[in-house]
Structures are given as C-alpha cells and as structure tokens.
Design a protein around this ligand. Structure first.
Ligand SMILES: Nc1ncnc2c1ncn2[C@@H]1O[C@H](COP(=O)(O)OP(=O)(O)OP(=O)(O)O)[C@@H](O)[C@H]1O
Ligand SMILES: [Mn+2]
Length: 270
C-alpha cells in the first residue's frame, strides 16, 4: 500500500538544494540539520543569519515572481546552476512555510529582474525606494485619481543631456534624496505634473519636470501605452539609467533597462 510520502515525496526526491523563502528561525534550524543538502535562504532580510542568502528587494506577493526573482539571484551568485532541481519552500496562505514547489533552475527564462537591482549603475536601495514609491503612488493615486509617473534612475548627467526642462526645477538647489519621507510626499505632489523625475545613482533628486528626448529608436512597449513608456524605455538604451514607470491608463508599474521591459507589477498586489 502506498503512503502519502510515496506520492508527495517525489516533490523533494533527489533535489540539488533546498530553498527557503523567509523561514522562521526554528524552520531554518530544522533544515540546517538535513544532511548532504545545500540550503539557501531567500528573503527581504536575512532574519535567521543564514550562511547562504539571496536578498529580495520586495516581498513579492505573487509566488511565481518571488521564486523567479530569488532563483535568478541564486543563479547570479553562483549558488545554483542551470538545470538544478530545487525544492522551494514558501508561505502562500499563512505566515509560516506551507507550500513546497519543485522548480528547475533555467537560465533561458531569466528575466533580468535581479540584474535590474543588483547590476545597475544606481544603488539597489535607491532603485528599491523608487519602486516602492511608484507602487504606493499606484495604489493610492493622487487624491483618489489614477496618476502616472516616470522616474529615471542613475546616470543622471547623461540623462540631463538628453532631456529638457518643461518648467522650473523645484529641486534645483536642494540636496534631497529618495526614501526620505518628506521627499516622497514632495514627489507624490509633483507627480501630478508633466515630465520625468531624474534621480542620481546615489538617490539625489536632480530634477522634476524633464521632457526626455532619447535619440535611441523606439522600443517595444505593451499595446495601449504611449509616449511616456516609449520615452521611458528608449532613454535606458541611450544611457545607463533604468526607468520605473507608473501608467495612468492601466495602473501598472514597469521597469526598463537597456531598452527592455524587465518588470511589470500590479500595485494592488502589494
Ligand atoms: N518624452 C517624455 N518625457 C517625459 N514625460 C513624457 C514624455 N512623453 C510623455 N510624457 C508624459 O507622459 C504623459 C502621458 O503620455 P502618454 O499618455 O502618451 O503616455 P503613456 O505611455 O500612454 O502613459 P500612461 O499609461 O500613463 O497614459 C504626458 O502627459 C507627459 O506628462
Ligand atoms: Mn496614455
């Protein structure tokens, strides 16, 4: 007679590594005792002090995104290899780990999402802060109305050369940075007006109200989107900046790098 282990055991049979997403301390301890198995912890912070850790810039509500991002990071850090079979344990319904997925590491399906944070010119914390701001802005809108915004992050000198002012720059003589709560309020306020925000590698707000004039050819953008996304994509081919774009029309937040659409998230899902 077959037991449950015979059926579900296949999920974890002869995997190359166990990947724990934000485990509790006791869960991690239990797994650390498993013999002959590589153990990788992935999460927004290394709360259990794991030896082998991959940082997530966001908690990623969508499980597939969470696992995909985490595994891209693990591949990037050479913790796993193409073709490795992995037992990924994460929480879906509760706070604790309640789900195991068997996933095959595949370099072909790499989206560049990990690259976006870790291998861009701008600091990962700056990109993370701008992404969080765009998600927050997308969630709440501006006084209840949907709002669009375009943030160009990194390589600011070159971006300034490929853009022109639409209005006076309220950040002209200031030395303020993204992530600072007061600055975030200001950015939200200014997002009602036209143009792009230009942010330096270190997160300094260089300018608001910039009209981007990239010389790069148009890039592929999803149907229904227009000039904001086209310019936002193209400037990343022209410069080493990345862009984070909140769409007023469909409410999604997108990130572009090197002319490619890398990330698409629904603010409502966070
Ligand atoms: N080249 C540009 N540089 C900076 N901002 C731009 C540029 N082109 C358009 N925008 C801004 O984007 C706004 C919306 O333009 P448009 O509707 O064509 O873009 P979109 O890609 O469809 O974005 P959305 O989904 O938010 O409507 C414009 O009002 C303007 O503020
Ligand atoms: Mn539009």
């Amino acid at each position: 007679m077959a037991g449950l282990d015979d059926v579900f055991g296949d999920l974890v049979r002869s995997v190359d590594a166990v990947v724990l997403f934000s485990p509790s301390g006791s869960y991690y301890e239990r797994c650390a005792d498993l013999e002959d198995l590589d153990l990788i912890v992935i999460g927004t912070e290394n709360a259990v002090g794991a030896e082998t850790f991959v940082e997530l810039p966001l908690a990623f509500d969508d499980i597939r995104e969470r696992i995909r991002f985490g595994l891209e990071g693990a591949l990037e850090q050479d913790l796993i290899e193409d073709g490795d079979e992995l037992a990924c344990a994460t929480s879906v319904f509760s706070d604790g780990i309640d789900t195991v997925s068997r996933v095959r590491a595949d370099v072909e399906t790499r989206t560049g999402i990990y690259d976006l944070f870790v291998k861009s010119r701008a600091e990962p914390e700056v990109i993370k802060a701008v992404l969080e701001l765009a998600v927050e802005l997308g969630k709440k809108g501006q006084k209840g109305k949907p709002v669009g915004a375009l943030f160009v992050v990194g390589d600011a000198g070159k971006v300034m050369n490929k853009s022109r002012p639409l209005s006076y720059n309220p950040f002209e003589k200031s030395h303020v940075h993204v992530g600072d709560p007061i600055v975030n309020v200001m950015l939200k306020e200014f997002s009602r007006l036209d143009g792009a925000f230009i942010i330096s590698d270190a997160g300094k707000i260089v300018s608001a109200y910039r009209y981007l004039e990239p010389s790069a050819e148009g890039v592929d953008i999803p149907k229904g989107l227009g000039a904001r996304h086209m310019a936002g994509g193209a400037i990343t081919r022209d410069t080493n900046a990345i862009t984070i774009v909140l769409s007023e029309s469909d409410g999604l937040v997108r990130a572009f790098k090197a002319g490619e659409l890398i990330l698409e998230v629904d603010p409502e899902a966070y």
